[in-house]
Design a protein around this ligand. Sequence first.
Ligand SMILES: Nc1ncnc2c1ncn2[C@@H]1O[C@H](COP(=O)(O)OP(=O)(O)O)[C@@H](O)[C@H]1O
Ligand SMILES: [Mg+2]
Length: 292
Amino acid sequence: MTHCIALHSYKGGTGKTTIAANTAALLAEKGKKVALIDLDIYAPSLHNYFKITPNKWINDFLDNKSDVEETIIDMTKYIYNGKCLPSGKLYAGFSNPNREAIFKFEISNGSEYWKKQFRKLVFLREQIITKMDIDFIIIDTSPGIRHWSINALSIADKLILTMKMDDLDIEGTEKLLNEIYTTFVKFGAITYILLNRISGYCAPAPLINSPDTKTNSAYTYFKQVDNNTPEMQNPQKVLGGLREVTGIKYLTPLPCYCDIQFSTREFLTVVNNPNHPFSKNLQLIINEIIKQ
Ligand SMILES: Nc1ncnc2c1ncn2[C@@H]1O[C@H](COP(=O)(O)OP(=O)(O)O)[C@@H](O)[C@H]1O
Ligand SMILES: [Mg+2]
């Protein structure tokens, strides 16, 4: 069976692309055939992170100008260049960042053309499953409540909503959950919340005086945070509140790793730095998602 996991958020910059790409690489290293799809149609970035200009974009597939084999390309050797190849495969499909390509989606919202493109998106998923025999499809989406964010979510069976610990994001995420996710959950999609970039690695976690804070895993941090910690700095309170509203599941939070954040070259940490705590914690998170 193919699993289809989408990364989404209310705001941008919550780590969707980073987590999507690193998750795809970790699964490939576990021997899985993975297709990483950039459906952040309004602001694509995966091609930039991978430093590649593909011959065919996902937009071409949606416009009947390419087939699945030309659009979803095998990136395994490219990504693992000079490194030990994983036992699985890592394919990727990219969205066209050109202005005209993005405008086309904006203008066509709700029109016949838009409906045709949505049907093609469903067809893309089907082709990836039947022609490429993929184990995991990982989808990066556009933030917020826009047509193509919802389209992307609707073809996934597991949804990961990434968020940061700031009040706007918390408020927006709650709105997303109530207005959008309740429908997806009703139709059988499993929804997870992933708090990303919490304190505890670069900046000390609130109310933890342990001298070895930096080595604490996100999970330990999550457990140790005191009940009196202010609402916004306390993942337990944030997640608990959101869970009460919707009954969704939550994943072990990921700390903000300043060495990743401030390095322009750092992207596929799990490939370049498998012993980094980001890689280890993401592995824990993937295990939590796969077992459910
Ligand atoms: N856990 C983390 N620790 C440190 N930096 C992170 C973490 N997650 C994401 N980032 C950084 O945050 C920035 C935004 O991440 P990105 O994946 O592009 O977000 P999005 O796709 O949601 O807009 C990037 O510079 C990325 O390296
Ligand atoms: Mg992104």
